[in-house]
Ligand binder design. Structure first.
Ligand code: SAM
Length: 519
C-alpha cells in the first residue's frame, strides 16, 4: 500500500551511492529523472523499511530533496528490518535499473560475497549464487569472462595502491570509483584497463624485488645500474675491445622502468630514450652514450649497434642511416651493415610487405681494427645452426643472419648457401628462472645470443673486455663470458640490472666448466 510521507523523515541509503555512483545532474540519466520528477512528481513509490531507510529510490529522494515544491513522497513500507537490508536484497530491489559493466561486476561480486558469508550449506548456496549471477549477466547482456576481468582489475588496482603506493587508506570502494572513471568516462575497454594494470603491477613488484638484489660484480662480470652516457666511475679511457648493444628503438615501442619512473608505452616526450618527439632528439640522446663509448673504446675496438627502423604513420623514419651519419660526425667509421633477417617477424598491418629484418651496424675508430677471420673452429658448438660460405681454408660468414624459430624443422627452411643461420633464442627457461626469483619477464626486447656472438667472436680474443651500454638482461654478458672475456653491462633500469645478475649467476652455476681466461 502506498503512503505519502514527509521527505525529511526518510533516510538515504549509503549503499546506493557506493554501488551506482553519486547522484549528479551532469549524468544524463540523473538529469532526465530530475526533469521528469520536476514536471510530473514522483510516480513510482520508494521502498523503505519501517524506520524509513530507503531500500529502493535513493535518487528519487535526492531529487525531492532538491525541489522545495515537493514535501511528501510516496512510499511502500517493506517488512524488512534495517539490519537485514543486505547488499543482496538491495540489488534485488534495483534489478530494473540500467547498469554499466562496472556496476554489473560490482553486483556480481556482492552476490558472491553474500552467499559465501551469509548462508549455510555450501553446495546449495553455490547453486543459488550461480543462478543469481547468471541472471544478472544475461539480463545485462554481458559475459562472465568480462565480469571476472573487471573483478581482477579491481583487485589489482587495490593491491597497487595499498601495497606498492603505500596508500593505506585506499579501499576496494576507491578502486570501483577509479574503474568507473576509466571505463564509463574515459571510455577505455575492459581489456585495456586490465592489461595496463597487470603491467603496472609487474613493474612495481619487479622494482621492489630489485631493491633487495645485490648486483653481480666479480673479477670478470660487472653488472652496473647506471646511465651509460657517463661511465667514468668504472671504465678508464681505451679499456674496451668490443661494444655490442641494442638501444631502445625509436617511437616509444617499449617502456622500461627506469629510476622508478614508470612511463606507459605509447607515451612520448623526452623521458626515456626511444620516447623522444623527433628522430633528431632520439639520435642525439643515443650519441650521449656513443660519445662516452668513444672514450672507453681501444683504438682497435668495435661498436656494433643492433637497430630496427621505425615506421610512423606508414612512413619509414630511416633511423639506421640517421645513426650512421651521427656516428660519422662523432668520428666513427661505419665499416659494415650486417642484416639480421627474421623468418618469424612480428606481423604488422600496413600497406607494405612484412618488415623482416634489423640491422647490426659495425663502427670503428680506425681502419686497422681487430678482426678475426678464422674465429670459427671445427670444434666450436653453436646453439643454432650455422652455415658459412665455402671459402676454402678461410671460412667466411656472410653479412646476413637468417633467423628462424627453434620449433621449425630446419629441413623445411630453404638452405641459403653461405648464409649465417641462427635459431631464435627460446625464452622459456629465462621466464621460469625469473619467476622462481619473483620477477615477471616483460617487454621481451632481448636480442638472440647470436647477435652479440658474431660481434664478440669476430672482434675479440679471450682476455679482452666487452661492454654493453644498453645491457638489458646481459645477453652480451653470456657470450662475453663464454668467450673468456671480461664483461661490463650497464643499464639504467634497476630491474633489468637485477634480472641480468640473476641470469648471469644461473649461467655461471650451470656452466662451471667454462674457464674464464681473463681471471
Ligand atoms: C633493447 S633493451 C636491451 C636488451 C639487451 N640487448 C638484452 O638482450 O638483454 C634496451 C635497454 O637499454 C636500457 N637503457 C636505455 N637508456 C639507457 C641509458 N642511457 N643507459 C643505460 N641503459 C639504458 C633500457 O633500460 C633497456 O633495458
Amino acid at each position: 500500500m502506498t503512503t505519502q510521507v514527509n521527505k525529511s523523515l526518510l533516510e538515504l541509503n549509503p549503499l546506493s551511492e557506493s554501488i551506482y555512483g553519486e547522484f549528479s545532474l551532469l549524468s544524463e540519466d540523473d538529469a532526465i529523472l530530475f526533469a521528469s520528477i520536476k514536471n510530473e512528481g514522483i510516480l513510482e513509490p520508494l521502498i523503505v523499511t519501517k524506520s524509513h531507510l530507503v531500500i529502493s529510490g535513493n535518487r528519487r529522494l535526492r531529487v525531492a530533496n532538491f525541489l522545495n515544491e515537493i514535501e511528501n513522497v510516496p512510499v511502500i513500507y517493506s517488512e524488512i528490518d534495517d539490519d537485514d537490508v543486505t547488499e543482496y536484497l538491495f540489488i534485488q530491489y534495483n534489478q530494473q535499473r540500467i547498469k554499466n559493466l562496472i556496476q554489473v561486476a560490482r553486483e556480481f561480486e556482492l552476490i558472491r560475497n553474500h552467499y559465501k558469508i551469509k548462508q549455510g550449506v555450501k553446495s546449495q548456496n553455490s547453486t543459488i549464487s550461480k543462478t543469481a549471477q547468471k541472471t544478472l549477466i544475461d539480463d545485462n547482456d554481458t559475459s562472465e569472462t568480462t565480469i571476472k576481468r573487471i573483478l581482477r582489475a579491481k583487485n589489482i588496482k587495490t593491491t597497487i595502491e595499498t601495497s606498492f603506493n603505500d596508500n593505506k587508506s585506499w579501499t576496494d570502494e576507491d578502486s570501483w570509483k577509479w574503474l568507473h572513471k576509466q571505463h564509463c568516462i574515459r571510455k577505455k575497454e575492459v581489456n585495456t584497463i586490465l592489461n595496463s594494470l597487470v603491467e603496472e603491477k609487474n613493474e612495481f613488484s619487479n622494482s621492489q624485488n630489485s631493491e633487495k638484489k645485490e648486483l653481480l660484480n666479480n673479477d670478470f662480470i660487472h653488472i652496473i645500474h647506471g646511465d651509460s652516457s657517463d661511465m667514468s666511475e668504472f671504465l678508464d679511457d681505451k679499456q674496451v675491445d668490443c661494444i655490442p648493444n641494442s638501444p631502445p628503438y625509436f617511437g616509444a615501442v617499449r617502456t622500461y622502468i627506469q629510476d622508478d619512473i614508470f612511463v606507459k608505452s605509447s607515451t612520448k616526450g623526452l623521458i626515456q630514450t626511444g620516447h623522444e618527439d623527433t628522430v633528431d632528439e632520439y639520435v642525439e640522446n643515443l650519441m650521449k652514450t656513443y660519445r662516452e663509448c668513444k672514450r672507453v673504446l681501444k683504438d682497435t675496438g668495435s661498436i656494433f649497434i643492433n637497430i630496427a627502423d621505425t615506421i610512423e604513420d606508414g612512413v619509414i623514419m630511416n633511423i639506421p642511416f640517421h645513426i650512421i651519419e651521427a656516428m660519422k660526425r662523432e668520428g666513427f667509421m661505419c665499416v659494415q651493415t650486417i642484416v639480421w633477417y627474421k623468418i618469424n617477424p612480428q606481423p604488422i598491418n600496413s600497406n607494405s610487405f612484412q618488415p623482416s629484418m634489423e640491422y647490426v651496424l659495425h663502427f670503428v675508430k680506425q681502419k686497422d681494427y681487430k678482426w678475426r677471420v678464422n674465429w670459427y673452429e671445427s670444434a666450436d658448438e653453436f646453439i643454432g645452426n650455422v652455415t658459412y660460405a665455402d671459402g676454402g681454408e678461410n671460412k667466411r660468414f656472410r653479412n646476413v643472419m637468417i633467423y628462424y624459430p627453434t620449433n621449425s624443422n630446419s629441413s623445411d627452411i630453404p638452405m641459403y648457401q653461405g648464409l649465417f643461420q641462427t635459431t631464435t633464442y627460446n625464452n622459456t627457461f629465462l621466464v621460469k628462472l625469473l619467476k622462481s626469483k619473483g620477477y615477471a619477464l616483460q617487454h621481451n626486447a632481448l636480442f638472440p645470443l647470436e647477435v652479440p656472438m658474431i660481434c664478440v667472436l669476430s672482434t675479440t680474443e679471450p682476455g679482452d673486455t666487452v661492454l654493453d651500454v644498453f645491457g638489458g638482461m646481459s645477453t652480451t654478458g653470456l657470450i662475453a663470458y663464454a668467450n673468456g672475456c671480461k664483461y661490463f653491462g650497464v643499464d639504467k633500469s634497476k630491474v633489468y640490472s637485477a634480472k641480468a645478475s640473476i641470469r648471469m649467476e644461473e649461467f655461471l652455476k650451470n656452466n662451471p666448466y667454462i674457464v674464464n681466461s681473463s681471471s
